[in-house]
Design a protein around this ligand. Structure first.
Ligand code: NAD
Length: 519
């Protein structure tokens, strides 16, 4: 399978500026690995700090080729029985499970995730494929008989045509599977543009999809950067765009895509707060917070970087508990299953996160645990950082307002639940939140009034399962429909309502000039 991803150096065009001796990664178009673009960039192993692969960056011509392939495949795929499309998804689920280790080792090599975390990501992706295999049920539509004399009416969900997906680095295998499996199960064809930082797992999955029976051209993958994205946004043959990434880019994608008349959903960044009430089971809340704050090095859009403690006694107990737990954490390469936290994704990001810690100190927050000094023997050039914990974070601090996307947790102290909720509701982002409490009334009030799209009660990462939909509020999502689950069926289809009359033989009706109604 690797030979399909990596193009032998001899096959790489002479005009490409690929660094010497690095395996070159191309694109997946029309069921084949192809070269495209004259620019390239390195793919790094964040645990070693070494460039291990060279990624070809698609130019306009390459993206055009992918769109053309998707457009060509569309009529036959649209006409394919939904049950047959569903079977491809069932086959793919089996192949993904069979190839799980191969896929997760790519996640570890390019993203740095530790084994258990990588497997969790893949499993969540597989669940989306599984949900797409129920598409026959999901596309059934609605039917009403005798809406008028001899008239029946029904609504059906028709595919849109060529759709595109642009995905972030932090879930390189799962987020693409939020998009294309349901899109193609609904009868669309697809062009995916994965993150240029960790592109290989999405490519491997596309090859498995071919093996599962997906016809060539139904799913295409172009690797690249802004040039590839802008080409997808501007091309009239692309009818819908799904995006997941940072808020600045989400807003750009949404406005440019909408201006071009496309249907767009663009999921952006986050700053998720957990509230700990004085009556909470503090020990459980602390262990839950550890995973939510530091799992995947804090590089999750549903991570918890802020914990708002109601009352000083609650805050003191939470800070003490977190300090004890942090001391037990193992930081190191994802290849060692004993590690809890791997490296950050790239050197610039590593430096940016360290800069935020510096900024927090300058702003006057209390740095209770400083993970910046953590060294991993044998991996001195890796982008490792230990867990950092701030106390006394205030709402005017940059470290509070901005998304850090690293292993940095800040504790805020408030007096009441209302005060905690005001902080959350006033924040720019509204992706996820949770409350730790034993009080059902407080939990119910919180869930009802908080201005956030995904809410947990004693659940730190309330990421909806594949048969619900995922999405934030405020500047965490641009568009109306959430990702995956039932909203994905709505996003990737157009409703058509057909009204049909078969008059009885021999009955002649005169012209009717009044507006037809049932009286
Ligand atoms: P990013 O916005 O830098 O990149 C996302 C995608 O956009 C990539 O494919 C990238 O190639 C492309 N891109 C980047 N700059 C572009 C530009 N100027 N023009 C056109 N395309 C461009 O995000 P990232 O760093 O890969 O991922 C981390 C971010 O994603 C965080 O902000 C995180 O919160 C967010 N995220 C959100 C969700 C969610 O569901 N809301 C899920 C995962 C990640």
């Amino acid at each position: 399978m690797e030979s399909l991803i990596f193009i032998p150096r001899t096959a790489v065009s002479k005009t490409m500026t690929t660094p010497q001796n690095l395996p070159s990664i191309g694109h997946w178009i029309d069921g084949k690995t192809v070269n495209g673009g004259t620019r390239s960039q390195e793919v790094w192993n964040p645990a070693t700090g070494a460039a291990e692969k060279s990624l070809q960056l698609a130019d306009r011509e390459t993206v055009n080729m992918a769109i053309a392939s998707a457009e060509k495949a569309y009529p036959a795929w649209r006409a394919t029985a939904p049950l047959k499309r569903a079977r491809v998804m069932s086959n793919l689920k089996v192949l993904l499970e069979k190839n799980a280790e191969k896929i997760t080792s790519l996640l570890t090599a390019e993203h740095g995730k530790v084994a258990g975390d990588a497997m969790g990501e893949l499993q969540r992706g597989i669940e989306n494929v599984e949900y797409a295999s129920y598409v026959t049920e999901l596309l059934k539509g609605e039917y009403a008989r005798n809406v008028g004399p001899n008239i029946d009416s029904w609504s059906e969900l028709q595919p849109l045509g060529v759709c595109a997906g642009i995905t972030p680095f932090n879930f390189p295998v799962m987020v693409p599977m939020w998009m294309w499996p349901m899109a193609v199960a609904c009868g669309n064809t697809f062009v995916l543009k994965p993150s240029e930082r960790d592109p290989s797992s999405a490519l491997l999955v596309s090859q498995l999809a071919l093996e599962a029976g997906l016809p060539p051209g139904v799913l295409n993958v172009v690797n690249g950067d802004k040039e590839a994205v802008d080409t997808l946004l501007d091309d009239a043959r692309v009818h819908a765009v799904s995006f997941v990434g940072s808020t600045a880019i989400a807003e750009y994608i949404y406005s440019r895509g909408c201006a071009k008349g496309k249907r767009v959903q663009a999921l952006g960044g986050a700053k998720n707060h957990a509230v700990v009430m004085p009556d909470a089971d503090i020990e459980n809340a602390v262990t839950a917070l550890m995973g939510a704050a530091y799992g995947s090095c804090g590089e999750r859009c549903m991570a918890i970087p802020i914990v708002v403690c109601v009352g000083d006694a609650t805050a003191d107990a939470v800070v003490a508990g977190l300090k004890t737990e942090i001391a037990k954490m193992k930081v190191g390469p994802g290849t060692d299953a004993k590690n809890d936290m791997g490296p950050l994704i790239t050197k610039p990001h590593f430096e940016k996160v360290r800069g935020y810690v510096e900024q927090g100190v300058k702003e006057g927050a209390t740095l209770v645990v400083d993970g910046r000094g953590v060294k991993v023997p044998g991996h001195e050039n890796g982008y490792f950082m230990g867990a950092c914990l701030f106390d006394n974070v205030k709402s005017n601090m940059v470290t509070y307002k901005e998304e850090i996307f690293g292993p940095v947790l800040g504790v805020m102290r408030v007096k009441t639940l209302e005060e905690a909720m005001k902080l959350i509701n006033d924040h720019e982002y509204g992706n996820g939140t949770c409350i730790f409490t034993r009080d059902g009334e407080a939990a119910r009030y919180f869930s009802d009034h908080i201005l956030v799209g995904m809410v947990g009660v004693n659940v730190p990462l309330p990421v909806p399962v594949a048969y619900h939909s995922f999405g934030g509020w405020k500047r965490s999502l641009f568009g109306d429909l959430h990702a995956y689950g039932p909203d994905a069926v709505r996003f990737y289809t157009k409703r058509k309502t057909i009204t049909q009359r078969w008059p009885s033989a021999g009955v002649r009706e005169g012209a009717m000039f009044s507006f037809p109604s049932t009286k």
